[in-house]
Design a binder for this molecule. Structure first.
Ligand code: NAG
Ligand code: NAG
Length: 478
């Protein structure tokens, strides 16, 4: 009887905590990133498939990427749950300040030490805990981590055409095949658009709207493909992005930021610099020249922010790593930072402060783990890692996110009514659960005690089995 009581308590506890569990019910996760898909890109385009996904699952108003809001750093935050200053992939470009050598985005994918800098992507965490994972084109795929790789991976070839919708569909089918035939638990899938189109034509262009339609068709295709492959029952699909996009002002509209034109500033005071990369920059002054460089730049342009690394606003979480250079620069939306003279001609840009609404990314999720037709408030993308680990039933590595930020989206927690009262309702629920749990335990202890004594008393009068059965029905109807 005591064993029975205890197991009933356990059952009850596991219902409340609801960790996704056993082999048959094990849930899978597909993490998809559409590079540069700003949070509001579905507002001026007809997106029937994204709308259906929102009805069938969860939609966040927007999600906040980490700073620096650029591709590799932000994607690695999705994969590790760490802020950029903690995972170390602080830029799209690898660089060596001694040799002043740099490598562009694609080559940097293959610099193992750049990526494998102490944080593990979720596909490795999953493999280490007996799950099988894969990655297709996701930033960080080319590297190994502590010598490990996912079960299957595919790096895009150099000069890959990121816009080819036929390839998008093939990749979607390939990934669904991995889930089905290789029984993978987790896959990360990356699409390089609408980022490219947003850069080239600007976020408000008809070209960008066309590309969002292509994304929408692909989302429909991906969900159909999951059905066709018979994996949709256990598959959770999370779709998000690394950052947003904003218009760049130029053509004499504004005074551009060009460092060489700033009085008192000289490139000869630097031993290394990383500028001409959108709105962000980092400088390494020569020994003894930090103050000079800093003072020359500090109030030089009303839309240029200049910080010593150790004085960076804490909310940006972009200071602690040794790779971050002693002076950090960033520009307000609409501006980019030029070095010697303007060499940047994008109509759209990102890399700005992650507080800016235009830098926010979109988020949708659908699958057995998620509520249906639920719209939630904003959260930081650093929390998505913990959410995915929870659904997969694996223990996360040390990370900067928390399940509290997203768990109201899960069916294992009560459905929130609206944005703010979520925490309050959850607290009330948890409080009531605790009280109910306590009462249940007290009740069971009392009952089993009573039954034991009764049993002893009545042993001579009737069979104890009948009695136990009666008591059991009493307990289970509680
Ligand atoms: C940069 O290059 C120097 C000189 O070749 C080398 O000693 C150093 O280890 C390199 N640093 C990094 C981080 O690659
Ligand atoms: C991260 O990389 C830096 C060089 O950029 C190196 O000094 C440091 O030891 C690395 N940390 C880990 C944990 O790999």
């Amino acid at each position: 009887m005591l064993v029975y009581t205890a197991s009933l308590c356990l059952l009850w506890a596991s219902c409340i905590l609801a960790a996704p569990a056993t082999k048959q019910t094990r849930q899978k996760v597909l993490l998809i990133s559409f590079d540069g898909f700003r949070w509001d890109y579905d507002r001026d385009v007809d997106t029937p498939n994204l709308d259906k996904m929102a009805r069938d699952g969860v939609k966040a108003l927007y999600v906040t990427p980490p700073y620096l809001t650029i591709t590799s750093p932000s994607h690695f935050t999705l994969l590790t749950g760490r802020y950029i200053e903690n995972h170390g992939v602080i830029h799209n470009m690898w660089f060596n300040t001694t040799t002043t050598q740099t490598k562009p985005y694609y080559q940097t994918q293959f610099v193992n030490e750049w990526w494998d800098n102490g944080s593990l992507p979720i596909w490795i965490t999953a493999e280490k805990q007996g799950r099988k994972s894969g990655s297709l084109h996701f930033p960080g795929t080319a590297s190994t981590y502590q010598g490990m790789t996912p079960t299957i991976k595919e790096v895009e070839p150099l000069l890959y055409n990121y816009k080819d919708e036929t390839k998008w569909r093939k990749n979607a089918d390939k990934v669904m095949g991995w889930f089905k035939d290789l029984d993978l638990d987790f896959v990360a899938l990356y699409f390089g658009e609408p980022d490219g189109t947003g850069h080239r034509y600007g976020p408000d262009s008809p070209q960008r709207r066309e590309m969002v339609k292509q994304v929408d068709r692909t989302v429909g295709y991906i969900r159909d493909s999951a059905e066709r492959h018979g994996v949709s029952n256990h598959l959770n699909i999370i779709i998000t992005a690394d950052h947003g996009m904003t218009d760049v002002y130029r053509n004499g509209l504004v005074e551009e930021i060009t460092l060489s034109k700033i009085p008192g500033f000289a490139f000869s005071d630097l031993s290394f610099h990383l500028v001409d990369f959108g709105p962000s920059g980092m400088l390494l002054p020569k020994p003894g020249r930090l103050e000079k460089v800093y003072n020359a730049l500090k109030d030089a342009h009303p839309h240029l922010h200049v910080y010593k690394k150790e004085e960076m606003p804490e909310r940006l979480h972009f200071a602690k790593h040794e790779r971050i250079l002693p002076i950090v620069l960033w520009a307000d939306p609409g501006y980019v930072i030029n070095g010697y003279f303007p060499v940047q001609f994008h109509k759209g840009e990102h890399g700005f402060d992650n507080q800016e609404l235009d830098m926010k990314a979109f988020f949708r999720a659908v699958g057995p783990a998620f509520h249906k037709d639920l719209e939630v408030g904003p959260f930081e993308t650093v929390n998505i890692y913990a959410l995915m680990c929870h659904i997969l039933g694996i223990t996360p590595e040390v990370n900067d996110g928390h399940l509290d930020a997203t768990k109201h989206m899960l069916v294992t927690s009560p459905r929130p009514t609206s944005g703010e009262p979520v925490n309050y309702l959850q607290k009330v629920f948890m409080g009531l659960s605790a009280v109910a749990g306590f009462l249940l335990v007290v009740f069971m202890v009392v009952m089993s005690h009573k039954m034991l004594t009764k049993k002893h008393k009545n042993k001579r009068l009737e069979s104890s089995k009948d009695l136990t059965d009666k008591e059991v029905s009493k307990v289970t109807s509680f």
